[in-house]
Design a protein around this ligand. Structure first.
Ligand code: FES
Length: 254
Protein backbone atom coordinates (compact mmCIF):
# COMPACT_ATOMS: atom_id res chain seq x y z
CA UNK A 1 0.00 0.00 0.00
CA UNK A 2 2.90 2.35 0.55
CA UNK A 3 4.53 1.73 -2.79
CA UNK A 4 4.31 4.36 -5.47
CA UNK A 5 1.96 2.40 -7.71
CA UNK A 6 -1.01 4.21 -6.32
CA UNK A 7 -3.72 4.92 -8.82
CA UNK A 8 -4.41 8.58 -8.14
CA UNK A 9 -7.65 10.11 -9.29
CA UNK A 10 -7.77 13.16 -11.48
CA UNK A 11 -8.88 15.26 -8.50
CA UNK A 12 -5.78 14.34 -6.51
CA UNK A 13 -3.36 14.90 -9.40
CA UNK A 14 -2.42 18.54 -8.63
CA UNK A 15 -0.95 17.52 -5.27
CA UNK A 16 0.82 14.29 -6.14
CA UNK A 17 4.15 15.65 -7.32
CA UNK A 18 4.77 17.76 -4.22
CA UNK A 19 3.14 15.66 -1.55
CA UNK A 20 3.62 12.01 -2.44
CA UNK A 21 7.11 11.68 -0.93
CA UNK A 22 6.30 13.32 2.42
CA UNK A 23 2.98 11.49 2.53
CA UNK A 24 4.72 8.14 2.16
CA UNK A 25 7.18 9.19 4.89
CA UNK A 26 4.28 9.91 7.22
CA UNK A 27 2.46 6.68 6.38
CA UNK A 28 5.62 4.64 6.96
CA UNK A 29 5.54 5.68 10.62
CA UNK A 30 2.47 3.52 11.20
CA UNK A 31 2.26 -0.26 11.48
CA UNK A 32 1.36 -2.20 8.35
CA UNK A 33 -2.38 -2.52 8.09
CA UNK A 34 -2.99 0.65 10.06
CA UNK A 35 -2.00 3.17 7.42
CA UNK A 36 -5.29 5.00 7.72
CA UNK A 37 -4.11 6.21 11.13
CA UNK A 38 -1.93 8.64 9.17
CA UNK A 39 -4.98 10.59 8.05
CA UNK A 40 -4.67 13.37 10.66
CA UNK A 41 -1.09 14.37 9.77
CA UNK A 42 -1.87 13.90 6.08
CA UNK A 43 -4.66 16.45 6.33
CA UNK A 44 -2.17 18.89 7.81
CA UNK A 45 0.22 17.99 4.99
CA UNK A 46 -2.27 18.96 2.29
CA UNK A 47 -2.79 22.24 4.14
CA UNK A 48 0.90 23.03 3.68
CA UNK A 49 0.14 23.50 -0.01
CA UNK A 50 -3.35 24.88 -0.12
CA UNK A 51 -3.89 26.39 3.32
CA UNK A 52 -7.07 24.36 3.59
CA UNK A 53 -8.41 20.93 2.80
CA UNK A 54 -9.72 21.33 -0.73
CA UNK A 55 -11.50 18.67 -2.80
CA UNK A 56 -8.04 17.86 -4.22
CA UNK A 57 -6.72 17.43 -0.70
CA UNK A 58 -9.56 15.10 0.22
CA UNK A 59 -8.98 13.04 -2.94
CA UNK A 60 -5.22 12.90 -2.33
CA UNK A 61 -5.64 11.60 1.24
CA UNK A 62 -8.24 9.07 0.13
CA UNK A 63 -6.12 7.76 -2.73
CA UNK A 64 -2.85 7.57 -0.85
CA UNK A 65 -4.48 5.75 2.09
CA UNK A 66 -6.81 3.54 0.04
CA UNK A 67 -9.94 4.80 1.74
CA UNK A 68 -12.88 6.68 0.30
CA UNK A 69 -13.47 10.43 0.20
CA UNK A 70 -16.44 10.21 2.57
CA UNK A 71 -14.14 8.76 5.23
CA UNK A 72 -11.65 11.59 4.73
CA UNK A 73 -14.40 14.19 4.73
CA UNK A 74 -15.86 12.82 7.96
CA UNK A 75 -12.55 13.44 9.73
CA UNK A 76 -11.72 16.74 8.01
CA UNK A 77 -15.06 18.26 9.01
CA UNK A 78 -14.79 17.06 12.62
CA UNK A 79 -11.78 19.12 13.70
CA UNK A 80 -11.48 22.89 13.64
CA UNK A 81 -7.80 22.78 12.66
CA UNK A 82 -8.75 21.47 9.23
CA UNK A 83 -10.01 24.39 7.22
CA UNK A 84 -12.54 23.84 4.48
CA UNK A 85 -12.13 27.25 2.87
CA UNK A 86 -9.03 29.16 1.74
CA UNK A 87 -7.22 30.77 4.65
CA UNK A 88 -5.03 33.83 5.06
CA UNK A 89 -1.33 33.83 5.79
CA UNK A 90 -2.07 34.17 9.48
CA UNK A 91 -4.75 32.49 11.54
CA UNK A 92 -5.50 34.83 14.44
CA UNK A 93 -7.38 33.08 17.24
CA UNK A 94 -8.83 34.88 20.23
CA UNK A 95 -9.76 32.73 23.19
CA UNK A 96 -13.27 33.54 24.39
CA UNK A 97 -13.58 30.60 26.72
CA UNK A 98 -14.46 30.98 30.37
CA UNK A 99 -11.39 32.51 31.98
CA UNK A 100 -10.30 34.57 28.98
CA UNK A 101 -13.85 35.82 28.69
CA UNK A 102 -13.81 36.88 32.33
CA UNK A 103 -10.55 38.74 31.70
CA UNK A 104 -11.77 40.60 28.61
CA UNK A 105 -11.35 38.09 25.79
CA UNK A 106 -14.76 38.81 24.30
CA UNK A 107 -13.94 42.52 24.13
CA UNK A 108 -10.65 41.69 22.39
CA UNK A 109 -12.56 39.49 19.94
CA UNK A 110 -15.32 42.03 19.28
CA UNK A 111 -13.01 44.99 18.72
CA UNK A 112 -10.60 43.01 16.58
CA UNK A 113 -13.49 41.67 14.54
CA UNK A 114 -14.77 45.18 13.96
CA UNK A 115 -11.27 46.41 13.07
CA UNK A 116 -10.69 43.62 10.57
CA UNK A 117 -14.22 43.70 9.19
CA UNK A 118 -14.61 39.94 9.41
CA UNK A 119 -16.27 37.51 11.78
CA UNK A 120 -15.49 34.01 12.98
CA UNK A 121 -13.80 31.78 10.41
CA UNK A 122 -13.62 34.54 7.83
CA UNK A 123 -10.63 35.97 5.97
CA UNK A 124 -9.83 39.62 5.34
CA UNK A 125 -10.17 40.90 1.79
CA UNK A 126 -6.38 41.27 1.45
CA UNK A 127 -6.02 37.54 2.14
CA UNK A 128 -3.69 38.13 5.08
CA UNK A 129 -5.73 37.28 8.17
CA UNK A 130 -8.16 34.50 8.94
CA UNK A 131 -9.96 35.30 12.16
CA UNK A 132 -11.61 33.01 14.66
CA UNK A 133 -12.67 32.71 18.24
CA UNK A 134 -11.19 29.75 20.01
CA UNK A 135 -12.03 27.53 22.91
CA UNK A 136 -9.54 27.27 25.78
CA UNK A 137 -5.99 27.50 24.40
CA UNK A 138 -4.49 25.96 27.52
CA UNK A 139 -2.85 29.16 28.72
CA UNK A 140 -5.52 30.40 31.12
CA UNK A 141 -2.83 31.79 33.42
CA UNK A 142 -2.08 34.40 30.73
CA UNK A 143 -5.71 35.22 29.94
CA UNK A 144 -6.89 36.64 27.67
CA UNK A 145 -4.76 34.92 25.07
CA UNK A 146 -4.32 35.47 21.33
CA UNK A 147 -2.52 32.97 19.15
CA UNK A 148 -1.20 33.35 15.62
CA UNK A 149 -0.96 30.14 13.65
CA UNK A 150 -1.31 28.24 16.95
CA UNK A 151 1.67 29.98 18.58
CA UNK A 152 1.08 32.16 21.63
CA UNK A 153 1.39 35.66 20.21
CA UNK A 154 -0.05 37.89 22.94
CA UNK A 155 -0.44 37.13 26.63
CA UNK A 156 -2.85 39.23 28.68
CA UNK A 157 -4.15 40.72 25.46
CA UNK A 158 -6.06 43.95 25.09
CA UNK A 159 -7.98 45.21 22.06
CA UNK A 160 -5.16 47.67 21.44
CA UNK A 161 -2.38 45.08 21.56
CA UNK A 162 -4.37 42.71 19.34
CA UNK A 163 -5.06 45.39 16.73
CA UNK A 164 -1.40 46.45 16.78
CA UNK A 165 -0.38 42.84 16.19
CA UNK A 166 -2.61 42.29 13.16
CA UNK A 167 -1.53 45.57 11.63
CA UNK A 168 2.12 44.50 11.88
CA UNK A 169 1.26 41.17 10.28
CA UNK A 170 -0.60 42.90 7.46
CA UNK A 171 2.43 45.14 6.90
CA UNK A 172 4.65 42.12 6.39
CA UNK A 173 6.31 42.19 9.81
CA UNK A 174 6.82 39.14 11.96
CA UNK A 175 6.50 40.60 15.47
CA UNK A 176 8.12 38.71 18.31
CA UNK A 177 5.52 36.62 20.13
CA UNK A 178 5.04 36.69 23.90
CA UNK A 179 6.67 33.30 24.14
CA UNK A 180 8.40 30.79 21.91
CA UNK A 181 9.78 30.92 18.41
CA UNK A 182 9.27 33.57 15.75
CA UNK A 183 5.87 33.47 14.13
CA UNK A 184 5.60 31.43 10.97
CA UNK A 185 3.03 31.41 8.21
CA UNK A 186 0.03 29.13 8.53
CA UNK A 187 1.34 26.88 5.76
CA UNK A 188 4.70 26.62 7.53
CA UNK A 189 2.96 25.64 10.73
CA UNK A 190 1.02 22.92 8.92
CA UNK A 191 4.35 21.29 8.06
CA UNK A 192 5.14 21.01 11.74
CA UNK A 193 1.64 19.77 12.53
CA UNK A 194 2.09 17.08 9.90
CA UNK A 195 4.82 15.66 12.10
CA UNK A 196 7.98 17.21 10.71
CA UNK A 197 10.46 18.93 13.00
CA UNK A 198 10.18 22.61 13.86
CA UNK A 199 13.32 24.31 12.60
CA UNK A 200 12.56 27.78 13.93
CA UNK A 201 15.05 29.36 16.33
CA UNK A 202 13.74 29.09 19.85
CA UNK A 203 11.07 26.55 18.99
CA UNK A 204 12.11 24.34 21.91
CA UNK A 205 13.54 27.01 24.16
CA UNK A 206 11.13 27.11 27.05
CA UNK A 207 12.50 28.71 30.21
CA UNK A 208 11.33 28.66 33.79
CA UNK A 209 7.62 29.05 34.37
CA UNK A 210 6.45 32.67 34.30
CA UNK A 211 4.95 34.68 37.15
CA UNK A 212 1.30 34.20 36.08
CA UNK A 213 1.83 30.45 35.89
CA UNK A 214 3.31 30.42 39.38
CA UNK A 215 0.70 32.65 40.99
CA UNK A 216 -1.18 29.78 42.61
CA UNK A 217 2.01 28.31 44.04
CA UNK A 218 3.11 31.72 45.27
CA UNK A 219 -0.19 32.30 47.04
CA UNK A 220 -0.03 28.84 48.58
CA UNK A 221 3.46 29.55 49.90
CA UNK A 222 2.41 32.95 51.24
CA UNK A 223 -0.35 31.23 53.17
CA UNK A 224 1.95 28.56 54.52
CA UNK A 225 0.60 25.74 52.38
CA UNK A 226 3.26 23.17 51.58
CA UNK A 227 3.89 22.66 47.87
CA UNK A 228 5.53 19.28 47.44
CA UNK A 229 8.44 18.81 45.04
CA UNK A 230 8.17 22.31 43.65
CA UNK A 231 11.23 24.10 42.30
CA UNK A 232 10.48 27.41 40.57
CA UNK A 233 13.76 27.24 38.65
CA UNK A 234 12.88 23.99 36.93
CA UNK A 235 12.09 24.70 33.29
CA UNK A 236 8.56 23.83 32.36
CA UNK A 237 8.08 20.84 30.08
CA UNK A 238 9.58 21.49 26.71
CA UNK A 239 7.39 21.61 23.68
CA UNK A 240 8.18 18.33 22.03
CA UNK A 241 8.38 17.97 18.30
CA UNK A 242 5.25 16.37 16.97
CA UNK A 243 5.22 12.72 17.90
CA UNK A 244 6.76 10.46 15.39
CA UNK A 245 4.06 8.67 13.59
CA UNK A 246 1.12 10.63 14.63
CA UNK A 247 -0.93 13.71 14.99
CA UNK A 248 0.14 16.35 17.43
CA UNK A 249 -2.69 15.79 19.85
CA UNK A 250 -3.64 19.43 19.34
CA UNK A 251 -6.49 18.78 17.01
CA UNK A 252 -9.58 20.39 18.38
CA UNK A 253 -13.01 18.87 17.97
CA UNK A 254 -15.64 21.08 16.38
S1 FES B 1 -9.83 30.05 28.86
FE1 FES B 1 -8.51 31.07 27.43
S2 FES B 1 -6.67 29.94 27.53
FE2 FES B 1 -8.00 28.87 28.88
Amino acid sequence: MTDTNIDFSEAAAPLVEKLLAPALEIIARYPAGRERSALLPLLHLVQTQEGHVSPSGVAFCADVLGINKAQVGAVATFYTMYKRRPTGDYLVSVCTNTLCNMMGGQRVYDELSEHLGVGHDETTADGKITFEHAECLAACDYAPVVTVNYDFAIDEATPESAIALVEKLRNGERPAPSRGARLGSLKEMQHQLAGFSDERDGALADGPAGTPTLRGVTLAQQHGVAVANFNPDTPIAKTKPAREGGNTGNEVKK
